[in-house]
Structure formats: structure tokens, C-alpha cells
Design a protein. Structure first.
Length: 197
């Protein structure tokens, strides 16, 4: 009886799944080593991280940026912009340099926001809002809206095509109200000023 039980057990084990060796091109057989790629995984990771660090965004005014602050995804990250600009205000933000050639953030400068967008709106906007607009003008694709929220308001800023002299037209809509068409013109690398269109 013990022999038949042992044979039955051996038959069950023998009929289980059979695991084959991985194919010759699989990493377990040294694909990298066999095909001239003897770098280790740490080296590959370092190269990928270097690429991420070296990614730059070319602005419309010629300024180069390390971060897009969500602009390419259709949003503006006010928190990230706020941590970068800190206590620096106004036109200085557009001129401040993160590295030797890398601008921190684009900026709408000048005190004409109230005249262009209406005083109630223009007066409630802060430097982060100006940076969101400036960065959208720098990096935003024509017709693609950039959105953000501030003090209970929902901003919807859409840069459009290029106008003469390097200027860009744009549309600002706040809380779904009637949109305001604006004309923004560069005044320096990373700096924009609104004009009446």
C-alpha cells in the first residue's frame, strides 16, 4: 500500500507543470552582455535621470525653461510656481535666472491687467496668476487652454497664434463668464505685457 501511494504521489508530481528555460534573448541569459551592452542597470538609470534633468523648454521669447509647471498638460501649477518665485515680485521674476541660461518662469508684467480684464479681476490677480499667464504665453500651444484656480475663481487662459512683432493673442475666461480677448507682446526674455487688442 505504501508503494502504490508513493507511485501515485510521484505520478502527480511528474504530471505538474514543466518550467522551461527562458529563451536565449531573455535577460536571464545575458542579452546585454551577449549583444555588447555590458552596462549595469545603475548606469542606465543614471542616463535616464540625466535626460530628465537636461530636458528644457524653449519659450516664444527665446528664454529657456527647466520646468513647464504643467502648461503642456493644460494646467498651471500655482503651488510650484509660488515656491519658485517666493518673495520676488513683478518684472524681477521674468529676469531671475535659475541656472546660467535657464529662466525660472515667464511673467506678465505691467499694471494694465485691470484695464484689459476689468478692475475687479485684474486687481484680484497676484504674481502667481501673472506667472501662469506668462508661462502659458511662453510655452502654450495655440488654441490649447491652460487652467488654474485661485481664491475660488477658475481661470481659463488660451493662447492663440502669433501676431505681428512677436505678439500673441489670447483669451482669458474666468468662472465661465464672457471671455476677454487680449494681445500680449514680449518686452524681454520671458516677459510679456498685455495691450488692448
Amino acid at each position: 500500500m505504501k508503494i502504490s501511494a508513493a507511485l501515485a504521489l510521484a505520478a502527480m508530481i511528474g504530471s505538474g507543470p514543466v518550467f522551461a528555460d527562458p529563451p536565449s534573448h531573455a535577460p536571464a541569459h545575458g542579452y546585454k552582455k551577449n549583444h555588447g551592452h555590458d552596462h549595469d542597470d545603475d548606469h542606465d538609470r543614471k542616463e535616464q535621470n540625466k535626460y530628465k534633468k537636461d530636458k528644457h523648454y524653449q519659450g516664444k521669447t527665446g528664454a529657456v525653461y527647466v520646468h513647464d509647471y504643467g502648461i503642456s498638460a493644460g494646467r498651471c501649477n500655482r503651488d510650484e510656481i509660488g515656491s519658485v518665485i517666493g518673495g520676488v515680485t513683478g518684472a524681477v521674476i521674468g529676469r531671475q535666472v535659475a541656472d546660467r541660461d535657464d529662466r525660472i518662469v515667464g511673467m506678465v508684467i505691467g499694471g494694465v491687467l485691470g484695464a484689459v480684464l476689468g478692475h475687479a479681476i485684474g486687481d484680484s490677480m497676484d504674481d502667481r496668476d501673472r506667472a501662469c499667464m506668462g508661462h502659458a504665453l511662453e510655452l502654450g500651444r495655440p488654441g490649447v487652454p491652460v487652467e488654474w484656480r485661485h481664491d475660488g475663481r477658475h481661470y481659463h487662459f488660451t493662447p492663440h497664434g502669433d501676431a505681428s512683432g512677436g505678439c500673441r493673442t489670447a483669451t482669458m475666461k474666468i468662472d465661465g463668464r464672457k471671455p476677454h480677448d487680449v494681445l500680449a507682446c514680449p518686452t524681454g526674455p520671458g516677459e510679456w505685457r498685455f495691450r488692448r487688442s
